[in-house]
Design a protein. Structure first.
Length: 257
């Protein structure tokens, strides 16, 4: 069995991502458009509903929504797809010498590329519409790394748990549907009553999304780095726990394959 440190694992991951992208985009633009239509339509519908109908009083609301909604879509889609990735590819894992790690990581990487593509497509008209400095994009790099670590760790953890407990997929879907409304994505955290603010403070999804979302406002560097510190504490803690869980359950997981 290959490990995360072996070159073959990296090559397998790259090949799987490459194959997925080629299958989706080969010979047509429809594959690319299909991938970004969901976040674009979701963003457009929510932006219209909350900004123009419900009169959400937030400066640069479309940008605020974009920087919260797209990371959420990446998180939720990656977790949902990765949770069943090992079981869905069980036949391939039994038939070919391929690392289970490559299966999970290739799914996350593929989704991350799609997420970045959708973000780029949407940020261009927003820049033309709003007076927002593109220089803020450089600050995206730090929170995006934490976002990727968090999603990768959570995906590996859920894929392992789902192998041992097959109901994980259904519990996850229910949990994500609730978490969407409990996470300040389409509304600012200031809208939450002070006595309920602890819900956001202990929300791991908000901890990861907040450093990205803060870039849509007139932010201070102190707020930016404090948000990133909390984000990295969350993602690294989850990464450590995921590594521990995989090592503890490794034999039980690989026995199934």
């Amino acid at each position: 069995m290959t490990t995360l440190t072996q070159p073959i694992f990296i090559r397998q991951t790259a090949k799987l991502v490459q194959a997925s992208l080629r299958t989706r985009y080969r010979g047509t633009w429809s594959g690319f458009l299909w991938v970004i239509l969901l976040p674009i339509f979701t963003f457009g519908a929510q932006s219209y509903a909350f900004h123009y109908i419900l009169k959400m009083d937030v400066e640069h609301y479309p940008l605020f929504l974009l920087t919260g909604l797209l990371p959420w879509i990446f998180i939720s889609q990656s977790l949902d797809m990765s949770a069943t990735s090992l079981l869905n590819n069980a036949k391939m894992l039994k038939s070919f010498p391929i690392s289970p790690y490559a299966i999970v990581l290739s799914q996350i990487t593929d989704n991350f590329i799609n997420y970045l593509a959708a973000f780029i497509v949407l940020i261009i008209p927003i820049k033309l519409w709003l007076d927002w400095p593109l220089g803020h994009l450089i600050y995206m790099i730090v929170p995006l790394i934490s976002l990727f670590i968090f999603v990768t760790s959570a995906s590996f953890l859920l894929s392992a748990i789902n192998v041992l407990y097959r109901d994980t997929k259904f519990i996850l879907s229910f949990f994500l549907s609730i978490a969407f409304f409990m996470t300040p994505i389409f509304y600012p955290v200031d809208f939450i009553p002070p006595n309920m603010r602890w819900v956001a403070d202990y929300n791991v999804f908000y901890s990861i999304i907040r450093p990205i979302q803060i870039l849509s406002t007139q932010f201070s560097m102190d707020d930016y780095w404090q948000a990133n510190l909390k984000s990295y504490l969350t993602s690294i803690t989850l990464a450590v726990f995921t590594i521990y869980y995989w090592r503890k359950k490794r034999n039980a997981i690989f026995f199934i394959f």
